[in-house]
Design a protein around this ligand. Structure first.
Ligand code: 13P
Length: 340
């Protein structure tokens, strides 16, 4: 294992006041995003959109790394430079989503497990050459009164751990993403209970696989009320439950906890991250962001697939990046939404 390179990567990814831009939507997911603005999902349009995001002036002020999709890592900008090298030239680390999505765990089950192990070590050789220095693998868990089942927790944990071990051996930093979904009527207390057992399972499996916890990043959900729950916890309650849950489950060796937004709207995702960082408790990890929708939604809306809108779209993504950067320091205030 090339520890020196992994250390440099993880240090760059977890730089204070910065977070990750998740731009790794699979072909199916980006189509859904483009459908929402009436833009056809062609390879050129996908390239244009990602080029717009990555060439945002000053993006490196609050973005330390970008998670790419396989196709994007192979694409070049109008000036002929690869999209990955544009990020590198700004000191932003390119990463790659390597899981191949989810499948049902067993016939008749509503639970999912993640696939993508085929040829993974081999794929990493090429990804490393193309500039990727970290990877992402996502496992999903649904909440009901009965779920997630112990079997689903076990299988997803062992998948995440096996992926993390292969990733480190290949010279890339693994982002371990266990996502407990927000969909449902469950309370924040139920989310805390489930997130706690999920994380316990994940760290047990990581230890069993001999994963170096210093050389990984955790990308979890916040502890939050179900979307359809009648009682919605406020930012302070979310922050307290989230921090309590992580103090109980995440070893101090892990350098960074970089949240997914998971369907929170852009402002909520910033407010909640800020509330977490504004709690006076001291933590061994940084609490930052690795947002997809919460960073991109306003930019996508401003862009509309038109060259004339590139500057407006870049301003929109830069605004969210800077506000989330402020939230990493607990310095975000709602008035900033108007100012920028
Ligand atoms: P969201 O922030 O939109 O949840 O996306 C993050 C991500 O990478 C999901 O895998």
């Amino acid at each position: 294992m090339n520890t020196t390179e992994l250390e440099a990567t993880v240090r760059a990814m977890t730089a204070r006041g910065k977070g990750l831009l998740a731009a790794d939507e699979s072909s199916g997911t980006i189509k859904k995003r483009f459908d929402s603005i009436g833009v056809e999902s062609t390879e050129t349009n996908r390239r244009d959109y990602r080029q717009m995001l990555f060439t945002t002036p000053g993006l490196d002020e609050a973005i330390s790394g970008v998670i790419l999709y396989d196709e994007t890592l192979r694409q070049s900008a109008d000036d002929g430079r690869s999209l990955a090298s544009i990020l590198q030239s700004k000191g932003i680390v390119p990463g790659i989503k390597v899981d191949k999505g989810t499948i049902v765990m067993a016939p008749g089950s509503s639970e999912k497990i993640t696939e993508g192990f085929d040829g993974l070590a081999k794929r990493y050789e090429e990804y490393h050459q193309l500039g990727a220095r970290f990877a992402k693998w996502r496992a999903v868990y649904s909440i009901t009164d009965e779920l997630p089942s112990p079997r689903n927790i076990r299988l997803n944990a062992s998948g995440l751990a096996r992926y993390a071990a292969i990733t480190q051996q290949s010279g890339l930093v693994p982002i371990v993403e266990p996502e407990v979904l927000m969909d449902g009527t469950h309370t924040i207390e139920r989310c805390e209970q489930v997130t706690t057992v999920v994380l316990q399972g994940v760290f047990e499996a990581l230890a069993a696989e001999g994963v170096a916890l210093e050389l990984m990043v955790l990308k979890p959900n916040m502890v939050i009320s179900g979307k359809e729950c009648v009682v919605q916890a406020n930012a302070r309650q979310i922050a307290e439950a989230t921090v309590r849950c992580f103090r109980r489950t995440v070893p101090a060796a892990v350098p960074g906890i970089m949240f997914l937004s998971g369907g929170q709207n852009d402002v909520q995702a910033t407010e909640n991250l800020n509330a977490i960082n504004a709690l006076s408790a001291r933590h061994p990890w940084i609490f930052s962001f690795s947002y997809g929708r919460a960073l991109q939604a306003p930019a996508l809306k401003a862009w509309q697939g038109k060259k004339d809108n590139v500057t407006a779209a870049q301003n929109a993504v830069q605004k969210r990046a800077l506000l989330n950067g402020a939230a990493c320091r607990g310095e975000y205030q709602s008035q900033m939404e108007q100012a920028a």
